[in-house]
Write a protein that binds this ligand. Structure first.
Ligand code: BGC
Ligand code: BGC
Length: 837
């Protein structure tokens, strides 16, 4: 999608690229200097051995031999590449013989986050047809489509949304997990998709990690007990006729290995520990997953002792394939191969050579195809390895019956849209919600509540589908959705209302907690806003929400008993809330069935959930885990009250142990630069807070609130810069590998009289950016507030070293310019973005 004026913006980047090349040379030298040998290398003989569950089927292997013998080199290379449906067309799939497509968390067949299910099925048919269209004498190989159905088929409007894995961990109910797998597989089949990137088998050790909720718990035991039933639910049972077919799909165990063990809970970070600890903590869930016949394993973005998993032969080949006899295929994570030393997203034979079988190359596939083909031709990528990768992918496709299955809409369940969010599936989800709730406090046995009472329902989470569903829900971050996108769902409020009305009581929704008639009890629902992956990484585990805390306190002061229902993707420090509420329920991210919360609050069933993560005693107790030497959590792993228990809790200290930290994505907002950043002005090389009025001037002005914006005025007396400057350089490489963008909101009061550039810099002689003069001229005509979103990867392409950005934003011109900036942020934009080529 393009903004007006973007054509002009996309031009003229070459000179900036040239200016930046010097810094790249330096970086390469620095990397060579720190190269180490022997770190992060596994010794598979020290890991448990595993026999193949079933011997290879000779007829399948012969069929593969024939296919491989008939395939061209181009076709083989295409087969090991997966592209994102947002960046590839069916024609491309045909032309480049691509083996797979995926939809990332933010991509759908037509670019709308809430594309109807029918469109998904149409797209599945189109990609399938393209893959089966004859291409000379080459064998026709069906495509496989992967999607993150991680809590139900969560990219689809109307699908059943199960609790995220953290809630399922609390249920300690492996058989329920099997039924969730079955329902998810059927809903995927309805839309024509074949393959889910689930389950996540992460054992999560530091709750600052933004993916904590994707893990079942902090010990290997829960994941190990769930892996087989969940995979069997998704794929069917090994040996059964409908294994991987009919109502079933292909599953993925991810992210191999140690994804939940990175230092500081940093997403895509480094897991620093001994081999024995890596093995004992993180590998146990993978053994039952393999035994249950999981057909693909996704390699982790993270490193082990400094070595990226995507380049680690000892883990990918020696351990998974040789020691564990895995005969399915290894898929990479989102451009994860590009993080291997010496690789880029578009050139990385190293990863496949080390054992990766399929690159996840969402937007990088075309150039990656070219370079991989060249490497296959000149032998850099050994043909035997390429053939083995192809063999594994074909094996899974044959096992799944894809060669004979016909187009997705013609397969069993294809197009049976009534099964999305069906009564049966929703009942399973509702049971999961009931079983997942963990009761932490129940003073004076305020729970269970009487449904015949006068119940006030408050808090911003009460009637809020996005908040109760969390990340990976219609959009990657789970944001930007509306109630109408969830036609088959119930919010927590709606569930309570239904229960109370049925019992002749009275329930009132009042988000701010105000009331005219004093209620018998108040249920306050609040918690974390949705997030996914690194965007959810936090500096500590404190939960801040002054508004709902004040509400709980004021209800208490007025003598209204309160029940706090806390929505979160992790265990958090909530002492002030625990003190303020009479009862406190950890509800995690329950998904579409808000009714399950009411079932338990009103005593239709007792509490069942047990903490899958230890609950922190202080805001800096971020990595408290069962089995620690000085284990001292507030509530231990496995804790969970029932109605019959005494639920009193002594008053807890309310002093926060760590300082509050602002949103790291804010460069400028509410009239101020973000934390750790300053707005500096002046001539190149002479920036300061207040350079005097001769070159450039800044003045606080109002947009919607007092002094919430800054008016910048370039006088034209010489080249001058307005820049957001980091106190410390910041590493934005994770943000750039994805769909995050730099988004500005501004107004142009008078048009520029000379060229203007928008730049990001990464130290001396390291920069990249775009000319924005034409666009500002246009904005000056309308005099309207304008939004401009530039994908971070465009800056990367323009030459910025994203790992050490020192000025995330600078605007330069030698002419006159008068503009007002109201915000600059790094975020997952919900509106159109600039295209960069
Ligand atoms: C995530 C994976 C996911 C993939 C495809 C990656 O960023 O790490 O868990 O399966 O994207 O959306
Ligand atoms: C995609 C996700 C992916 C992430 C990786 C996002 O843009 O939608 O699926 O996991 O980028 O950073």
């Amino acid at each position: 999608m393009k903004l007006p004026g973007s054509a002009a913006l996309a031009l003229g980047t070459t000179s900036l690229v040239a200016m930046a090349s010097a810094c790249f040379a330096d970086l390469a030298a620095a990397q060579a200097a720190v190269a180490e040998v022997g770190v992060g290398q596994a010794h598979p003989q020290e890991w448990p051995a595993r026999k193949a569950t079933v011997p290879l089927d000779p007829s399948v292997e012969t069929r593969i031999d024939k296919l491989i013998a008939a395939m061209s080199l181009e076709q083989k290379v295409g087969q090991i590449i997966q592209a994102d449906v947002g960046s590839v067309t069916p024609e491309d799939v045909h032309r480049y013989h691509l083996g797979s497509v995926l939809n990332g968390g933010n991509t759908t067949p037509d670019g709308h986050y809430n594309t109807p299910a029918e469109k998904w099925l149409e797209a599945a048919d189109a990609f399938y047809a393209a893959s089966m269209k004859p291409s000379g004498k080459l064998p026709r190989i069906p495509i496989i489509w992967g999607s993150d159905a991680v809590h139900g088929h969560n990219n689809i409007v109307g699908a059943t949304l199960f609790p995220h894995n953290i809630g399922l961990g609390a249920t300690r109910d492996p058989e329920l997990i099997r039924r969730i797998g079955e329902a998810t597989a059927i809903e995927m089949r309805v839309t024509g998709l074949d393959w889910t990137f689930a389950p996540t088998l992460a054992v999560v050790r530091d709750d600052r990690w933004g993916r904590t909720y994707e893990g079942f718990g902090e010990t290997p035991e829960i994941g190990a007990s769930y892996a087989a039933p969940l995979i069997e639910g998704l794929q069917g049972k090994l040996g059964d006729k409908d294994w991987l077919r009919g109502p079933h799909i292909v599953a993925t165990a991810k992210h191999f290995l140690g994804d939940g063990g990175t230092s500081g809970g940093k997403d895509q970070g480094d897991t620093q520990m001994s081999e024995a600890r890596l093995r004992d903590l993180f590998s146990p869930p993978y053994i039952p997953a393999l035994n249950a016949g999981v057909q693909s394993i996704m390699v982790s973005f993270s490193s082990w002792n400094g070595t990226k998993m995507h380049g680690n032969r000892s883990m990918m080949t020696d351990l998974i394939k040789d020691r564990w006899n895995f005969d399915g295929f290894l898929v990479g994570d989102w451009n994860g191969h590009g993080q291997v030393k010496g690789c880029t997203t578009t050139d990385c034979p190293q990863a496949v050579d080390a054992g990766l079988d399929m690159y996840m190359a969402p937007d990088s596939w075309k150039d990656l195809y070219r370079t991989t083909l060249a490497h296959a031709k000149d032998g850099t990528l050994p043909l035997a390895r390429l053939d083995d990768a192809v063999r594994r992918i074909l094996r899974v496709k044959i096992r799944a019956g894809l060669f004979e299955a016909g187009k997705p809409s013609s397969r069993p369940y294809g197009g049976r849209f009534e099964l999305l969010g069906s009564k049966e599936h929703r009942a399973v989800a509702r049971q999961a919600v009931r079983e997942s709730l963990v009761l932490l406090k129940n003073a004076g046995r305020v729970l269970p509540l009487k449904a015949s009472a006068n119940v006030l329902v408050a808090g911003d989470g009460a009637d809020n589908m996005a908040k109760q569903a969390g990340g990976w829900t219609l959009s990657w971050q789970g944001t930007g959705t509306k109630r109408a996108d969830f036609p088959n769902a119930r919010t927590i409020w709606e569930g309570i209302d239904e229960a109370v009305e049925a019992a002749g009581g009275k329930a009132t929704l009042s988000v701010d907690g105000s009331y005219s008639q004093k209620p018998d009890v108040a249920i306050v629902v609040f918690g974390e806003d949705p997030y996914a992956e690194f965007q959810g990484d936090r500096p500590d585990v404190a939960f801040d929400d002054a508004q709902n805390l004040a509400l709980l306190r004021s209800l208490k002061a007025k003598g209204v008993p309160t029940v706090a229902v806390f929505l979160s993707g992790r265990a958090m420090w909530v002492n002030p809330f625990l003190n303020a509420a009479d009862a406190f329920v950890a509800a995690w991210l329950p998904g579409s069935e808000g009714g399950g919360v009411a079932d338990v609050l009103f005593g239709k069933s007792d509490f069942h959930g047990k903490l899958p993560y230890s609950w922190p005693k202080s805001s800096d107790q971020t990595a408290v885990n069962f089995g620690d030497k000085d284990y001292d959590p507030l509530f231990p792993y496995g804790f969970g009250l029932r109605f019959g228990d005494s639920g009193e809790l002594p008053r807890l200290p309310e002093q926060r142990a760590s300082a509050a930290v602002a949103d790291p994505g804010i460069l400028f907002a509410a009239g101020r630069p973000g934390n750790g950043r300053r707005l500096l002005l002046g001539a190149p090389g002479a920036l300061s807070t207040n350079p005097g009025p001769s070159l450039i001037e800044a003045r606080a002005v109002d947009r919607t609130a007092q002094e919430d914006s800054v008016r910048l005025n370039w006088t034209g007396a010489g080249k001058a810069i307005a820049a957001i400057v980091q106190d410390e350089p910041v590493d934005l490489s994770r943000e750039a590998n994805g769909e995050l963008a730099l988004e500005l909101e501004f107004k142009v009061n008078s048009a520029p009289t000379a060229d203007v550039s928008l730049l990001m810099t990464c130290g001396d002689n390291c920069l990249g950016g775009f000319p924005i003069g034409n666009m500002l001229v246009q904005a000056a005509v309308t005099q309207k507030w304008t939004r401009l979103a530039i994908p971070l990867r465009c800056f990367e392409k323009a030459g910025v070293d994203m790992s050490r950005v020192d000025k995330p934003l600078s605007i330069t011109t030698a002419g006159r310019l008068d503009m007002t900036l109201s915000s600059a942020r790094i975020l997952a934009p919900s509106g159109p973005q600039l295209a960069c080529k």
